[in-house]
Design a protein. Structure first.
Length: 184
Protein backbone atom coordinates (compact mmCIF):
# COMPACT_ATOMS: atom_id res chain seq x y z
CA UNK A 1 0.00 0.00 0.00
CA UNK A 2 1.33 3.43 -0.93
CA UNK A 3 0.50 6.41 1.26
CA UNK A 4 0.81 10.02 0.13
CA UNK A 5 2.40 12.05 2.92
CA UNK A 6 3.19 15.54 1.63
CA UNK A 7 3.16 17.84 -1.42
CA UNK A 8 5.92 19.83 -3.09
CA UNK A 9 8.91 17.90 -1.77
CA UNK A 10 12.12 18.04 -3.79
CA UNK A 11 14.80 15.37 -4.22
CA UNK A 12 17.24 17.19 -1.95
CA UNK A 13 14.68 17.20 0.88
CA UNK A 14 14.09 13.49 0.47
CA UNK A 15 17.83 12.87 0.68
CA UNK A 16 18.06 14.67 4.03
CA UNK A 17 14.98 13.14 5.68
CA UNK A 18 15.46 11.16 8.85
CA UNK A 19 16.61 7.67 7.93
CA UNK A 20 13.96 5.81 9.91
CA UNK A 21 14.00 2.67 7.77
CA UNK A 22 10.91 3.62 5.80
CA UNK A 23 11.00 3.32 2.02
CA UNK A 24 9.98 6.49 0.23
CA UNK A 25 9.82 7.85 -3.30
CA UNK A 26 8.70 11.21 -4.66
CA UNK A 27 6.24 11.28 -7.55
CA UNK A 28 5.52 14.74 -8.94
CA UNK A 29 6.49 16.35 -5.64
CA UNK A 30 4.46 13.97 -3.46
CA UNK A 31 6.15 11.62 -1.02
CA UNK A 32 4.96 8.04 -1.29
CA UNK A 33 5.73 5.65 1.52
CA UNK A 34 5.89 1.96 0.71
CA UNK A 35 5.49 -1.12 2.84
CA UNK A 36 8.54 -3.31 3.44
CA UNK A 37 9.03 -6.07 0.91
CA UNK A 38 8.21 -9.68 1.70
CA UNK A 39 10.55 -12.66 1.50
CA UNK A 40 9.78 -13.71 -2.09
CA UNK A 41 10.12 -10.12 -3.29
CA UNK A 42 13.53 -9.84 -1.64
CA UNK A 43 14.64 -13.22 -2.96
CA UNK A 44 13.71 -12.37 -6.56
CA UNK A 45 15.26 -8.90 -6.34
CA UNK A 46 18.55 -10.24 -5.00
CA UNK A 47 18.64 -13.05 -7.59
CA UNK A 48 18.25 -10.62 -10.48
CA UNK A 49 20.70 -8.17 -8.94
CA UNK A 50 23.33 -10.93 -8.64
CA UNK A 51 22.75 -12.26 -12.18
CA UNK A 52 22.97 -8.78 -13.71
CA UNK A 53 25.93 -7.72 -11.59
CA UNK A 54 27.90 -10.87 -12.41
CA UNK A 55 27.23 -10.54 -16.13
CA UNK A 56 27.91 -6.79 -16.28
CA UNK A 57 31.11 -7.22 -14.24
CA UNK A 58 32.38 -10.16 -16.27
CA UNK A 59 31.88 -8.20 -19.50
CA UNK A 60 32.85 -4.73 -18.18
CA UNK A 61 29.51 -3.29 -19.32
CA UNK A 62 28.57 -1.02 -16.42
CA UNK A 63 27.28 -1.02 -12.87
CA UNK A 64 24.31 -2.55 -11.09
CA UNK A 65 22.60 -0.83 -8.18
CA UNK A 66 20.75 -2.85 -5.59
CA UNK A 67 17.32 -2.45 -4.18
CA UNK A 68 15.92 0.95 -3.50
CA UNK A 69 18.64 3.18 -4.99
CA UNK A 70 16.87 6.44 -5.77
CA UNK A 71 17.14 8.12 -9.18
CA UNK A 72 15.89 11.63 -9.98
CA UNK A 73 13.81 11.17 -13.11
CA UNK A 74 11.84 14.40 -13.05
CA UNK A 75 12.19 18.00 -11.88
CA UNK A 76 9.74 20.77 -11.02
CA UNK A 77 7.94 18.94 -9.51
CA UNK A 78 10.53 16.33 -8.61
CA UNK A 79 10.18 12.60 -9.09
CA UNK A 80 12.61 10.23 -7.38
CA UNK A 81 11.98 6.56 -8.08
CA UNK A 82 13.74 3.57 -6.55
CA UNK A 83 13.71 0.33 -8.55
CA UNK A 84 14.45 -3.09 -7.14
CA UNK A 85 17.46 -3.38 -9.47
CA UNK A 86 19.05 -0.87 -11.85
CA UNK A 87 21.77 -1.17 -14.49
CA UNK A 88 23.74 1.78 -15.88
CA UNK A 89 25.97 1.38 -18.95
CA UNK A 90 29.67 2.00 -18.37
CA UNK A 91 29.72 4.99 -20.73
CA UNK A 92 27.05 6.71 -18.55
CA UNK A 93 28.55 6.04 -15.12
CA UNK A 94 29.79 9.35 -13.70
CA UNK A 95 33.56 9.57 -13.17
CA UNK A 96 33.10 11.18 -9.75
CA UNK A 97 31.65 9.28 -6.83
CA UNK A 98 27.97 9.97 -6.31
CA UNK A 99 26.67 10.13 -2.77
CA UNK A 100 23.13 11.34 -3.44
CA UNK A 101 20.50 10.46 -5.98
CA UNK A 102 21.78 10.34 -9.57
CA UNK A 103 20.01 12.90 -11.77
CA UNK A 104 19.37 10.46 -14.61
CA UNK A 105 17.45 7.28 -15.36
CA UNK A 106 19.18 3.88 -15.44
CA UNK A 107 19.40 2.01 -18.74
CA UNK A 108 17.60 -1.06 -17.39
CA UNK A 109 15.24 -1.32 -14.43
CA UNK A 110 13.82 -4.37 -12.67
CA UNK A 111 10.63 -4.02 -10.65
CA UNK A 112 9.25 -6.96 -8.65
CA UNK A 113 5.51 -6.87 -8.05
CA UNK A 114 4.63 -7.12 -4.35
CA UNK A 115 1.37 -8.69 -3.17
CA UNK A 116 0.22 -5.22 -2.04
CA UNK A 117 0.93 -3.60 -5.44
CA UNK A 118 -1.89 -2.68 -7.78
CA UNK A 119 -1.04 -3.62 -11.36
CA UNK A 120 -2.00 -0.14 -12.58
CA UNK A 121 0.58 1.39 -10.20
CA UNK A 122 3.30 -0.98 -11.38
CA UNK A 123 2.50 -0.24 -15.02
CA UNK A 124 2.50 3.51 -14.31
CA UNK A 125 5.92 3.15 -12.69
CA UNK A 126 7.27 1.21 -15.69
CA UNK A 127 6.06 3.97 -18.01
CA UNK A 128 7.60 6.67 -15.79
CA UNK A 129 10.98 4.94 -16.18
CA UNK A 130 10.56 4.80 -19.97
CA UNK A 131 9.48 8.46 -20.11
CA UNK A 132 12.65 9.38 -18.19
CA UNK A 133 14.91 7.58 -20.68
CA UNK A 134 15.20 4.03 -19.38
CA UNK A 135 15.48 1.67 -22.36
CA UNK A 136 14.17 -1.54 -20.80
CA UNK A 137 11.99 -2.32 -17.77
CA UNK A 138 11.47 -5.88 -16.57
CA UNK A 139 8.49 -6.33 -14.25
CA UNK A 140 8.66 -9.62 -12.36
CA UNK A 141 5.20 -11.07 -11.75
CA UNK A 142 5.79 -14.03 -9.42
CA UNK A 143 2.11 -14.80 -8.85
CA UNK A 144 1.68 -15.52 -12.58
CA UNK A 145 5.27 -16.77 -13.13
CA UNK A 146 5.93 -14.32 -15.93
CA UNK A 147 8.01 -11.27 -16.75
CA UNK A 148 6.54 -8.20 -18.42
CA UNK A 149 9.14 -6.53 -20.59
CA UNK A 150 8.57 -2.86 -21.39
CA UNK A 151 10.75 -1.29 -24.07
CA UNK A 152 11.64 2.28 -24.93
CA UNK A 153 8.79 2.44 -27.45
CA UNK A 154 6.42 1.54 -24.60
CA UNK A 155 5.69 -1.81 -26.12
CA UNK A 156 5.09 -4.66 -23.70
CA UNK A 157 6.02 -8.30 -24.12
CA UNK A 158 4.69 -10.94 -21.74
CA UNK A 159 7.35 -13.60 -21.22
CA UNK A 160 6.27 -16.92 -19.76
CA UNK A 161 8.47 -19.62 -18.24
CA UNK A 162 9.45 -20.92 -21.68
CA UNK A 163 10.96 -17.57 -22.70
CA UNK A 164 14.22 -15.90 -21.74
CA UNK A 165 15.08 -12.37 -20.74
CA UNK A 166 17.45 -10.92 -23.32
CA UNK A 167 19.80 -8.01 -22.61
CA UNK A 168 19.49 -6.62 -26.14
CA UNK A 169 21.47 -3.46 -26.82
CA UNK A 170 21.54 -2.60 -23.11
CA UNK A 171 23.31 -5.80 -21.99
CA UNK A 172 24.53 -7.53 -25.17
CA UNK A 173 24.77 -11.29 -24.73
CA UNK A 174 22.80 -11.47 -21.49
CA UNK A 175 20.16 -14.20 -21.41
CA UNK A 176 18.26 -15.59 -18.45
CA UNK A 177 15.52 -18.21 -18.79
CA UNK A 178 12.40 -16.92 -17.05
CA UNK A 179 11.97 -20.37 -15.47
CA UNK A 180 15.25 -19.86 -13.53
CA UNK A 181 13.87 -16.76 -11.87
CA UNK A 182 10.94 -18.59 -10.34
CA UNK A 183 12.79 -21.82 -9.49
CA UNK A 184 15.29 -20.05 -7.25
Amino acid sequence: MVATLARGVCAEELATMNNDGRRREIVNGEIREMSPSGFEHGLLSSLLCAKLRNFAGDHDLGVVCGAETGFIIGRNPDTVRAPNVAFIKKCRVPAERLTGFPDFAPDLVVEVISPSDRFSSVEEKAHSWLDAGTTTVWVIDASNRRVLEYLHAKSRHDLDENAALQGGAVLPGFALPVREIFNA
